[in-house]
Ligand binder design. Structure first.
Ligand SMILES: Cc1cc2nc3c(=O)[nH]c(=O)nc-3n(C[C@H](O)[C@H](O)[C@H](O)COP(=O)(O)OP(=O)(O)OC[C@H]3O[C@@H](n4cnc5c(N)ncnc54)[C@H](O)[C@@H]3O)c2cc1C
Length: 388
């Protein structure tokens, strides 16, 4: 088989890239290790920046998002039982959209099926070859047979644990990493959210987040240790842990019910530099990870895809290599801003240190955020998404 761009991974980055390239007449094949059902079953991101919404519109898959997504004008931060609201609309004129990653993935899968572009699910032993030369290839096994795809470029959109980044010689790549000593235990339940806006909770018992997917489906997280066994977290235990962290109003409005999904996500900051290796380009979680506190992971994946799709269009339509040559530099400039913001929010809101000095500093910084318009504006600008 031959294609112009072989895309590894059918997460949001790979599917969005495929859709944008197809719109510009660029052939692409997506290879995905899992089944489509497995990919759709992963409950993750929920807060979508306006620039990501615009890109999904450009890809022609925004209709359901505009019909069902929830526009949020602001966010609330609860410190030791007292809630403070930060209005994005007033501070920046912008908003964010709450719409689940699973729904975005479904919209992208449906869009791809509608145009008949190929995705090979359950592709095993994917291997990348010759990407430092002129004729890269990808091999894989599917249906009990070995296959090979010859291509012009490879897009590594296969997430943090994927094969693309691992295929690069260690001498050509630098990894920067911070692992936090905690994780997020999250549950999804078909119960109405405690608030119309997200509530980030700073509390001596630890961080919590009250989020949602729809007016009848809630997503809650609490900070947990990395040693936690998910099996020991029966639903009642989760509700008992989150309840005391909330303010009185939220506690009164909390409707508990059976979880329909429950998972633990470790918190990590990671950046691999550069993001281009000859004819291989990394995008999304394959190149960088942020702790979920700033809601930036999927949005960063989308901004990488924006730069990469534009660069590939320039290459094919205008015979210009400028976009491809600058891809890594442009993407990383945005990545590091999101890394800083996600790290800052994580350090501000979680109980990480038992040193009372660090805890007092957190409270002083939160107080500054609520009192200073400059601090609140900087927060809101980062949360809604910096311009490209
Ligand atoms: C709890 C939690 C909450 C989050 N909340 C937010 C939020 O509110 N906002 C936000 O922007 N982000 C959020 N994120 C982050 C977001 O989910 C990720 O950044 C996003 O999924 C990245 O997309 P991706 O396509 O780069 O990678 P992935 O979604 O990881 O997709 C990679 C794909 O590649 C496939 N793959 C892997 N290896 C191979 C291989 N060898 N061969 C073929 N295929 C392979 C995988 O199966 C997968 O389908 C959150 C994450 C978590 C865990």
């Amino acid at each position: 088989m031959r294609t112009q761009v072989a895309i590894i991974g059918a997460g949001p980055a790979g599917l969005l890239l495929g859709q944008l390239l197809h719109k510009h007449g660029i052939d692409n094949v997506i290879l995905e290790r899992q089944t489509a059902e497995h990919v759709l079953g992963r409950v993750r991101a929920g807060v979508i920046e306006q620039v990501t919404v615009d890109l999904l519109d450009e890809a022609g898959v925004g209709a359901r998002l505009h019909a069902d997504g929830l526009v949020h004008d602001g966010v609330q931060i609860c410190v030791d039982g007292v809630r403070h609201r930060l209005s994005f609309k007033e501070l920046t004129g912008k908003t964010v959209m709450v719409y689940g990653q699973t729904e975005i993935t479904k919209d992208l899968m449906d869009g791809r099926a509608a145009v008949g572009a190929p995705t090979i699910y359950s592709a095993h032993d994917v291997a990348l070859h010759d990407f430092f030369g002129q004729k890269p290839r990808v091999t894989y096994r599917a249906g009990g047979k070995s296959h090979e795809i010859a291509c012009d470029f490879i897009a590594g959109c296969d997430g943090f644990h994927g094969i693309s980044r691992k295929s690069v010689p260690a001498s050509a790549i630098t990894a920067h990493e911070r692992v936090y000593p905690l994780g997020w235990l999250g549950i999804l339940s078909d119960t109405p959210p405690v608030s119309e806006e997200l509530i980030y909770v700073h509390h001596p018992l630890g961080f919590a987040l009250c989020s949602m997917r729809t007016p009848t489906r809630s997503r809650y997280y609490i900070q947990c240790s990395l040693a936690e066994d998910i099996e020991s977290w029966v639903d009642e235990r989760f509700w008992e842990e989150i309840r005391p962290r909330l303010d009185d109003e939220a506690r009164e409005r909390l409707v508990t019910g059976p979880s329909i999904e429950k998972s633990i996500a470790p918190l990590r900051s990671f950046v691999a530099e550069p993001m281009r290796f000859g004819r291989l380009f990394l995008a999304g979680d394959a190149a960088h990870i942020v702790p979920p506190t700033g809601a930036k992971g999927l949005n960063l994946a989308a901004s990488d895809v924006r730069y990469l799709s534009q660069a590939l269009v320039e290459h094919y339509a205008e015979k210009s290599a400028a976009g491809l040559d600058h891809y890594s530099e442009r993407a990383l400039a945005r990545v590091w801003k999101a890394e800083r913001f996600s790290w800052w929010m994580t350090m501000l809101l979680h109980r990480i240190s038992e040193n009372p000095f660090d805890q007092k500093l957190q409270l002083a910084e939160l107080d500054y955020l609520f009192r200073s318009k400059a601090a609140a504006t900087a927060f809101a600008e980062n949360y809604v998404g910096l311009p490209y």
